[in-house]
Design a protein around this ligand. Structure first.
Ligand code: SF4
Length: 415
């Protein structure tokens, strides 16, 4: 058992700048929604945001709203509202919580940002099924509600190697989005704006990758739990200069910590990798649970999902198609195994936590033997916790605590 001692988790100063970034982002959308002066496109979190910027849309990402429904612990009560419409409790609890919130007329934005009363109204919804089918169903529901067009890309799934055939197919679909989007935007697609967005997205991706890589230092200046909120600009701001500005600040602070040997935790004895989604309603609790056991969860598959290293302004459509198909979530298990193995090595990991998220099989990687295979290859132990991203009825806090404590004891014995 952990000894009774004050848990010290050092907060990053830059978290405030990132908070301001997110506030400005939501106020800008709210203004546009109220005045109608700028068009708004809803986009999936790994959807074709760069194309939308090439048409002057402001972009809103419902998944970040759903994560807020999770962190504010509003989600669990809202999910049954969508269940009553026939959206099963077994499907994405981002979808069910978000639709439930809309029907009930509530939003965490109103709690966090004074003056905002609702989510911004879409002029169009744009998805990419590279992450799951749920986003398509989710957006179609809203398209019907708002009576606006829904367009998207239907992607490949379980891809072992990304081939030219995959890329060509997706390029065609991306190009086919332009005409219907021009109609909604009421203007022509601007190739220079598009290329610039691809360039800025790539720079954002590179910076975010460097921020996450700082966790390889011992002690790590960063925790996974910080990362889940710090990644906001990489999701909603990619393709903009503002996201770069804020990540430059973050990287400076992380590098400063590394130079000074200052860890995010006062004591870091065990370095943990987290695979799967966070439990949004338990971020603080899980952060303290691990810190209290001198274990730092320093890296994750999830936070790295917004690294798009293939993006290249000189081949904007082709590189977008490649970047959004090369993603971890799109890939077959052999790729995933090698990917995680490299991360375990790079970050000097002692143990792996797999989150088996009930309603998101797409971000859950421990259901087809991957965790056992990786343990055999690396001799790094793992533990699985049952839970969910948003539906708190799917987890037991007691069980999680017991499992994590036993796991850290196991790591201690190995040392
Ligand atoms: S990837 Fe998972 S959490 Fe994200 S939208 Fe799809 S089902 Fe929901």
């Amino acid at each position: 058992m952990a000894e009774e001692k004050k848990i010290v988790i050092r907060r990053l100063e830059t978290a405030k700048d990132l908070g301001k970034f997110m506030a400005k982002y939501y106020y800008e959308l709210d203004e546009a929604s109220k005045t109608g002066k700028e068009k708004i496109a809803w986009c999936t979190s790994v959807g074709p945001a760069e194309i939308l910027r090439g048409l002057g849309f402001l972009t809103y990402f419902p998944e970040t709203h759903s994560a807020m429904l999770g962190t504010t612990r509003m989600a669990t009560d809202l999910i049954p509202v969508a269940n009553a419409l026939g959206y099963s409790p077994e499907i994405c609890s981002y979808l069910t919580a978000d639709i439930g919130a809309f029907i009930e007329g509530v939003t965490p934005l109103a709690k966090v940002f004074k003056g905002i009363e609702s989510v911004p109204k879409p002029d169009v919804l744009v998805y990419n099924t590279n992450q799951c089918r749920d986003v398509q169903d989710w957006f179609l529901w809203y398209g019907n509600k708002f009576n606006v067009p829904v367009v998207g890309v239907e992607s490949y799934r379980n891809v072992p190697e990304v081939t030219e055939g995959h890329v060509t197919g997706i390029v065609k679909q991306l190009e086919n989005l332009i005409e219907p989007l021009e109609k909604v935007a009421g203007r022509k697609f601007d190739m220079d704006e598009f290329k610039n967005a691809v360039k800025l997205s790539r720079e954002c991706s590179d910076l975010w990758e460097k921020c996450l890589a700082a966790a390889a230092s011992k002690p790590s200046p960063l925790t996974f739990f910080d990362g889940t909120t710090l990644m906001g600009p990489a999701v909603v701001g990619r393709g903009t200069q503002k996201a770069l500005d804020v990540y430059h600040l973050l990287l400076d602070e992380l590098n400063d910590r590394v130079e000074k040997g200052l860890g995010a935790l006062e004591e870091e004895q065990y370095r943990i990798y987290w695979d799967g989604m966070p439990v949004w309603g338990r971020l603080s609790m899980h952060s303290k649970l691990f810190a209290g056991l001198k274990a730092n969860v320093i890296a994750s598959t999830y936070c790295s999902s917004w690294i798009f290293s293939a993006l290249d302004e000189n081949d904007p459509f082709g590189s977008m198609a490649r970047a959004y198909t090369e993603l971890f979530i799109v890939r077959a298990d052999k790729f995933k195994e090698d990917y995680i193995k490299n991360k375990l090595d790079f970050f000097g990991i002692d143990g792996v936590v797999y989150h088996d998220a009930r309603t998101c099989p797409n971000n859950t990687n421990c259901r087809y033997g991957l965790s056992q295979r990786l343990q055999e290859q690396t001799d790094i132990p793992f533990v699985t916790i049952d839970g969910d991203l948003n539906d708190l009825r799917c987890l037991s806090d007691e069980q999680t605590k017991t499992n994590i404590e036993a796991f850290i004891e196991q790591l201690e014995e190995r040392k």
